[in-house]
Design a protein around this ligand. Structure first.
Ligand code: SF4
Length: 265
């Protein structure tokens, strides 16, 4: 049974991908043939996904069959209990009454676009964590108590303090629209009083990761090219911190995007 940090990392990596979570949930009702799994979860990279789940000791592969391991079954049961507990947490949340823009600054990554600083009142505090499933590309960070969301080129960060930042915004009217849409999605969930159910995250492809890498092929990460680095990020063979070029200020926004995306590999 996984227990040491490396084994836990394998499990976290295996379960961070929507296709692999789909496979796990599909196996809850019993053993399946590989063909049935392919039909339910898709054939693309199926061998790769099954291999990662097997390496994490979550499934067992037989002769053309796939089944949950005992650890995999217990893991899903524990997760379900945690999700049920989380679902009660929105009852005390207050809706966002005011969402207003404070500043429009040139974007670091592209000076023709804007970085927007805004504010939401009252601040959402710890409620943010519960709201994460509302956003297909959303990631809650305990470290900074913020919910970071990606939609196309726009990266939005909502902090527990009420501060909101948005990058790569075209103009003030787009900023207002994005802020108002955010406010109404959050308020709708709060009005229901129950946290949104976890939903399938949008799949990440290597080309999407590559798009946000510096694309200089400098080799500092030990890989021949940025695209190879993207492929190895997908397979869990490398980590984002190996690309030291991303630490340069001009890549700050790219790094934020990659951090959000890498949570869904
Ligand atoms: S260190 Fe970063 S920029 Fe350089 S090759 Fe690797 S991924 Fe590309």
């Amino acid at each position: 049974m996984p227990g040491n940090p490396n084994e836990i990392k394998l499990v976290n990596n295996a379960m961070s991908n929507a296709t692999r979570r789909k496979i796990m949930n599909f196996l809850v009702d019993g053993d399946r043939s590989t063909e049935e799994v392919a039909e339910a979860a898709g054939k693309t990279m199926l061998d790769f996904h099954l291999k990662l789940l097997q390496q994490a000791n979550l499934i067992e592969l037989g002769d053309g069959t796939v089944r949950l391991s005992e650890y995999g079954r217990n893991f899903l049961k524990g997760k379900e209990e945690k999700d049920t507990q989380k679902n009660t947490d929105l009852s005390q949340a207050k809706p966002v009454e005011i969402a207003e823009i404070r500043q429009l600054l040139p974007c670091i990554a592209d000076s023709s676009k804007f970085r927007v600083i805004a504010n939401m009142t009252p601040p959402l505090g710890g409620t943010l964590k519960v709201l994460e499933p509302l956003f297909p590309r959303g990631r809650y960070s305990d470290k900074i108590n913020a919910l970071i969301m990606q939609k196309g080129e726009v990266l939005t960060t909502v902090y527990g303090t009420g501060k909101v930042t948005m990058t790569m915004i075209k103009n003030e009217s787009e900023a207002r629209e994005a802020l108002e849409s955010l406010r109404s999605i959050i308020n709708e969930a709060i009005a229901k009083g129950v946290a949104p159910a976890p939903r399938e995250k949008v799949r990440v492809e290597p080309m999407e990761l590559y798009k946000y890498l510096p694309q200089t092929n400098c080799g500092k990460c030990g890989e021949q090219s940025c695209y190879t680095f993207a492929i190895k990020l997908m397979s869990g063979e490398t980590s984002l911190d190996k690309c030291t070029s991303l630490k340069e200020p001009k890549y700050a926004t790219n790094q934020e995007h990659l951090q959000v995306l890498s949570a869904y590999i």
